[in-house]
Design a binder for this molecule. Structure first.
Ligand SMILES: C[S@@+](CC[C@H](N)C(=O)[O-])C[C@H]1O[C@@H](n2cnc3c(N)ncnc32)[C@H](O)[C@@H]1O
Length: 265
């Protein structure tokens, strides 16, 4: 890979493939527009809309490969120029786009950076996590990235003797969890915060359902901050190169089985 692209990747990765994808879209759009302008000015050559769109899509695909984004970016990136023309053709009122943008903003917030979107764990997983909690003493538990709060609310009902905290960075899921619990009541609370800025040493058990991109950073933070005797649980995603102490399949499905990975620190 050329040194410019390498430098760019070093600067932005691993946090932001979405920003690289956006950069590619703007760069190719700028290049195609300039090319059309120069062709028209110098040779009076005019492209049709289809020719321009196709060139934009092919160039976008090549750049996406060149920047070595994940394979699925190669599938969706060339579609954006066509989607843009389709959106113009529909002529929807601007408030539709603004509303959609604002909804996605408060729902996903910084997913473009964290690479951890919202998707919920299952009640089977919640029951299995409940079984993993120490039974003979009161503990303090945190779900990092608590989404709509399902796990924390379930566990708080099962274990009134323990304290449960959900930390969620995105405003809308956090608000849903906060309202579901009726504010900061009982033994469950929901904080709108970045878990990277919370102190893991205050908790006996930490649960994570994040994404492969977050796991090595999470492991480093857990090793540095969690107390001896505490427990880290990850649903679906292992830590590369770190053997778990225990793994279980909480669901009874025959396909798409997801594991709970457990480390006793
Ligand atoms: C896969 S969902 C898991 C939801 C919930 N824990 C569950 O089991 O149903 C991951 C959640 O983590 C949140 N998240 C991602 N990065 C975060 C961060 N740095 N701090 C707090 N929350 C984060 C996302 O907004 C998303 O709601």
């Amino acid at each position: 890979m050329n040194s410019g692209a390498t430098h760019f990747l070093r600067k932005f990765k691993p946090g932001s493939p979405a920003i690289i994808a956006l950069f590619i879209q703007f760069a190719t759009l700028g290049f195609i527009t300039l090319l059309l302008f120069v062709l028209w000015q110098t040779a009076h050559v005019k492209w049709t809309l289809n020719q321009a769109l196709l060139s934009h899509a092919v160039l976008t695909l090549l750049m996406t490969r060149w920047f070595r984004l994940a394979w699925w970016w190669c599938l969706i990136q060339p579609l954006f120029p066509f989607a843009m023309v389709l959106a113009l053709w529909w002529s929807l009122p601007p408030y539709v786009y603004l509303s959609l943008f604002l909804f996605l903003l408060v729902f996903y917030w910084s997913t473009y950076r964290t690479q951890v979107p919202y998707f919920p764990s299952t009640p089977d997983a919640w029951r299995a996590v409940d079984q993993l909690l120490p039974q003979n003493r009161s503990i303090s538990f945190m779900d990092i990235g608590s989404g709509m709060g399902g796990l924390v609310i379930y566990l708080a009902d099962q274990r009134p003797d323990c304290r449960f905290t959900g930390v969620e960075i995105a405003p809308l899921p956090w608000l849903c969890s906060y309202l579901r619990k009726g504010g900061q009541s009982g033994n469950a609370r929901f904080l709108r915060s970045n878990y990277e800025q919370t102190d893991f040493s205050e908790f006996d058990v930490i649960f994570a359902y994040l994404s492969p991109a977050a796991m090595s950073g999470l492991w480093r933070k857990a090793k540095n901050e969690m107390r001896a005797g505490s427990i880290l649980i990850s649903y679906e995603f292992p830590v590369d190169g770190v053997e778990e102490d225990l793994s279980i399949y909480p669901e009874n499905y025959t396909r798409n089985q997801r594991k709970l990975f457990v480390w006793y620190l």
